[in-house]
Design a protein around this ligand. Structure first.
Ligand code: GAL
Length: 410
């Protein structure tokens, strides 16, 4: 075979063309892997070889630590999953490729939700690509067990706690949850919003206002949270969120509280949603829509120049791909021009609820899931919330003092 033909063949192969894209992410559950298959298929169809670098750990704390370490060592992945305000910090250190060319070509300014623009643009324009919008304050209900217990879906936290008490007395695990700070902190967020309302939540966990942290309202939240902690297993099972979802799906738990990545997990297990497992706004959500958004950053890294970045970004900002990915992930698209007619009922409700929340300024960023404050303060507060939940010796005053100390050092 002529040398020129070999050279041509080598040039055309993804490896030789240098488009073997390394992607660092934390999508490691069955449902998340199903969504990743959609992404991998999209890249493969455009001759872009994909090299996954998964980091285990729901919520991404560990993945972010690995990303930071690799960037400091000058060994950044080409592409990485990321969320929220920290995107601006990565842009500020000058390690992100610009996506402005693709954003202009694909008209991102006119198709994306304003929220997606706020999170993914800086003074340099688009520095990351928004991919999914997840709602976090969902209550997932096992209808089979609820019927067996002759109960109804709790509408507020008093009903939630009394339903959980009755389930426990009947020998049913009331809440599927794992012994992980991120999971427990999400329970706290839902109670915060339910008990104090959107403005109280924002002042306390987004603005970290010491006066609202050290308030009677906060003490009321902590009393509810302590009651909840007494109703779940002690010690908690050390399981990741997706194993908790499996307990819910296998009729081993009545409820789960968490983001609609849980829907992606249930769909990947062929669970009938909403017939078997139903989705409801968390008790007393009162129209609040607690969200997080997954985005992609493209880092200045080995053999990943702007031309290759543009090719990958163009392929992943494709409208049909974004629709297909979100449908499997359990989230809703970040584009306003995608029809959800063949999405799951829960995703259609999420879409409606987000539209209503936008009208009423009740869409709020999740502090526990990287949408509100810097990662160091976030992880410190999550850990203190987790300590309070697991240890009855930790008092309201202890936790209030520690959150204020973190807020003041932030
Ligand atoms: C969130 C992320 C979701 C899902 C979840 C569980 O931070 O936005 O896509 O992966 O963690 O790991």
């Amino acid at each position: 075979m002529k040398a020129s033909l070999i050279a041509t063949l080598l040039f055309l192969s993804p490896v030789c063309s240098g488009q073997n894209v390394e992607f660092l992410h934390w999508w490691t559950s069955a449902g998340e892997k199903s969504a990743l298959n959609v992404l991998e298929k999209q890249l493969a169809e455009h001759q872009i070889e994909y090299h996954p670098s998964p980091v285990i750990g729901g919520g991404g704390d560990t993945a972010l630590t690995v990303l930071q370490a690799r960037a400091l060592a000058g060994n950044s992945p080409n592409m990485a999953q990321i969320e929220g305000p920290v995107i601006k910090a990565w842009d500020a250190i000058g390690v992100l490729h610009s996506l402005n060319h693709i954003a202009d070509e694909q008209h991102w300014d006119s198709v994306l939700y304003p929220l997606a623009k706020r999170i993914n643009k800086t003074g340099n324009g688009y520095v990351s690509m928004p991919l999914v919008l997840h709602r976090l304050n969902w209550l997932w209900v096992n209808h089979h067990l609820l019927k067996q217990l002759n109960m109804t879906v709790p509408q507020n936290w008093e009903e939630m706690l009394s339903t959980m008490e009755k389930a426990r007395e009947a020998g049913v695990n009331p809440l599927a949850v794992g012994a992980r700070p991120w999971q427990i902190a999400q329970l706290f967020e839902s109670i915060m919003i339910a008990t104090g309302g959107v403005e109280f939540y924002k002042a306390t966990l987004v603005d970290l206002n010491p006066n609202t942290i050290n308030s009677e309202q906060m003490r009321h939240v902590l009393k509810q949270f302590r009651r909840l902690s007494m109703l779940t297993d002690h010690p908690l099972q050390d399981i990741p969120w997706d194993k908790a979802t499996l307990q819910l799906a296998q009729n081993k738990a009545l409820f789960q509280i968490g983001g609609d990545w849980i829907l992606g997990e249930l769909l990947s297990q062929n669970i009938q949603v909403p017939d078997h497992i139903g989705c409801y706004p968390a008790p007393s959500a009162n129209g609040s829509y607690l969200y997080n958004m997954d985005s992609l950053i493209f880092l200045k890294s080995r053999n990943f120049d702007q031309q290759k970045v543009d090719k990958v970004a163009r392929v992943l900002s494709d409208k049909q791909f974004q629709a297909d990915f979100n449908k499997v992930k359990g989230s809703i698209p970040v584009r306003t021009d995608i029809d959800l007619k063949d999405f799951n009922t829960c995703q259609k409700q999420s879409f409606r609820d987000y539209a209503a929340a936008r009208q009423h300024a009740s869409a709020i960023p999740s502090m526990t899931d990287s949408m509100a404050i810097n990662p160091v303060a976030q992880q410190a507060i999550n850990s203190e919330i987790y300590r309070f939940y697991r240890d009855t010796q930790v008092t309201d005053e202890d936790l209030i003092k520690r959150i204020i100390a973190i807020a003041e050092s932030n």
